[in-house]
Ligand binder design. Structure first.
Ligand SMILES: [Zn+2]
Length: 86
């Protein structure tokens, strides 16, 4: 993954957080501009994510009667109540 940042190019700051996103359900890298197919239940937030959106790691997922939480070893816990859609 190499980007040429020549001095003559347009001033565009590409942060790692912005350039790298992963599908929380498939773990595949999301390419901006391309909408990956997501299952309906996943879109509704009924299905817990299995991969970290920020690093693509497989997360520890725990489903509770109240919702779910998923834990990335690097980015911490993502909770369904934090996502705000149940
Ligand atoms: Zn992560």
């Amino acid at each position: 993954m190499r980007r040429s940042d020549s001095a003559g190019g347009p001033a565009r700051t590409v942060t790692a957080a912005e350039s790298e996103r992963y599908d929380p359900f498939t773990g595949q890298r999301i390419v901006s501009g391309v909408n990956a197919a997501t299952s309906v239940s996943a879109q509704l937030g009924l299905e817990p994510p299995r991969f970290c959106e920020q690093c693509g790691r497989r997360m520890i997922v725990q489903v509770s009667p109240d919702g779910w939480w998923a834990k990335c070893s690097r980015h911490g816990v993502l909770d369904s109540t934090l996502v705000g859609r149940r």
